[in-house]
Design a protein around this ligand. Sequence first.
Ligand code: ZN
Length: 246
Amino acid sequence: MGRPLVAILTGAGISTDSGIPDFRGPRGVWTLHPEHEKLSTIGYYMTDPEVRRRSWQMRRETYAADPQPNAAHRAIAELDAAGPVALRVITQNTDGLHQRAGLPARKVLELHGTSRSVVCTACGARSSIADAFARIGAGEPDPPCLACGGILKTATVMFGENLDPAVLSEAASIARACTVFFAVGTSLQVYPAAGLVDLAADGGARLVIVNAEPTPYDAVADEVVREPIGAALPRLLRELRPDPGG
Ligand code: ZN
């Protein structure tokens, strides 16, 4: 018998304790300031230099705040390091905090890409976000690609862009094959998150939902936990570890 495969789907709710705002929640950035959504919409971004300048500025402020992994991110990385299960994280977040908590990058599937890298929309060249912010700080508010002069953007999936089919397909395989599927800090109201829960449930996985608000899948879940994620997830994941006493 191999180790059981545990899939953990994470959304914005896992990173709010790290100071990263939720966008769609009741107090989310886009709920309170709908015009901010433009800054992450590819059509506006590609055609309006002012949108790009403001988008970079917004991301630079988040980056400068230097958000750190919290207890929930750490608990996932620690479970993986302890080794009782084969673990994969499927995340809707672009903050890179699972990896910064120590989880190997190959075990993290980023459905919406990463805000830690920059990609050229013309030639596809990738570069580091630190370099982009350094150029912005030095007086280039909308820095062009150094290789071809094209428009740069963070390597995130903006509104109006498609998810990477390879990432999506791997996420679906994991959902189908896992023994336990955790959905943490995600409302499960949008594709592809909701579809992954369906696949996991169809495959017979135990479904555990950890979220402050009700989700459409609560009725089919084996366990629904409404406590704060930073306290609840470490406790739930400890239950997957062998008893240190025996
Ligand atoms: Zn380029």
